[in-house]
Design a protein. Sequence first.
Length: 555
Amino acid sequence: MSLYVNESVGVDETTACGSQEKPYATPAFALFAYQGQQGQDAAEPKLFVFKSEENEYQEISASALKKARKGCSGLIKKAVKQKEEQARKEQQDADNAAKQMAALNIKIEEDKSLPAAKKFKVGQSYEHVGERVKLSGWIHRLRSNKKVVFVVLRDGTGFIQCVLAGDLAVAQQTVDLTLESSVVLYGTVTKVPEGKSAPGDVELVVDYYEIVGLAPSGEEAFTNKIAEGADPSLLLDQRHLTLRGETISAVMKVRAALLKSIRRVYDEENITEVTPPCMVQTQVEGGSTLFKLDYYGEEAFLTQSSQLYLETCLAALGDVYTIQESFRAEKSHTRRHLSEYTHIEAELCFLSFDELLDHIERLVINSVQYVLEDPVSGPLVKQLNPKFQAPKGPFLRLDYKDAIQWLNDHDVKNEDGEPFKFGDDIAEAAERKMTDTIGVPIFLIRFPVEIKSFYMQRCKDDPRVTESVDVLMPNVGEITGGSMRIKDTEELMEGFKREGIDPKAYYWFVDQRKYGTCPHGGYGIGTERILAWLCDRFTVRDCSLYPRFSGRCKP
């Protein structure tokens, strides 16, 4: 039997037959094809290889034949492997089809002979080891391991690892589960095995579950909506989904604990909570940052601060505070500015500037202590900000003029690139440099009249400056600002004149000086700023449920 090989025009396919008209491309394939047709025991055929130089077929040389036999052997082994792989795949497909049919036939039903499940929140379930419980929530994580499926369930109060085994693990209903699906799980709370760890040091061995809402898979899958490392603006568009993440939800829980702690301190100090209006016709922090609105044909604004209204409450209620939204129309994209923020404000009467500072110090120290002592928020602060050190009193009290001197001594320039002079505003970068270098909480006090608001009381010993304060914290800068308020009517009118404000709309504010004035002072704290400090967040936007800033008012 003779076979022909032509490297130029031959083909190593079944369409070739080894004739001169349809030669093979390689000697190895010619031998392989022949053995496949005739069997491995058939006598070896003669091979003729086309020589282009002589333009004719010549019998293959001994060395080339030896190489061809080796190549043929390799092709035989490859063919056997491919055949085995194909058989394995066919068997796997058959097994999968059988499993799928079996999974479709599995009905997940509750075993009524089991004890009735007691309904708990996830965070409560940790204390009920050995009991059968009913937990509802969302699938936070999902993975399978052979015949076991692990689900981490989240309900806002905590996380718990849940184990589905046996029919529960292989049922089609379980195969179709997706991240963020809402489910109700029934099972027994058990301690995790020695050497293993899980939230609460427990896991739920599931015996039955129900799907409440199946989240989509494929292109609409949750992980495609908020992919890790996505552009921040895209994540803000999907804020309703990113809130489900462990970090942002942790910050929101610390936020709740902070506001609760702030109210606790105010209660201890016998300060009454009030709720001033948010739609106003007066300014507090300068007209350029007012959000205007048409109020039934009249011009009105969203409040910049509740301070003026709080002052009107002093004669009726004594010391007062409020926690509500304030609005600043600043086209600022810095990491510590928001157009809408939660403002903690208080006004206190019949006190001195030093007593006001002492009160602010107690508020900051005690409220942070309560947050850290809370069983939920304390561990979260440690998780978010492992290096956080609770502030201790007394805070350093640093006059503005001494701060100017410190900045010049340390060669820190003002915004014009020149040495600081009295009357310069200390911008954020310089303020942060000084605060971080000194490394302790600072009361920066006694700012010049020109750079502070019209209502701030001048210092008796130096009328160039006011009884004013900014509270500065290392690594974050200013977290609150306050002052004593002008108590004299004539001096207040001078403040209006200096700022170019018509006092007519402020008649009710002026009346506080007319009908029984008193020394009084107050302050405002940006909730998001103090949270950024507590939780080590780069921007206050991470500390707001739905941040609002220039260019962002959705979702």
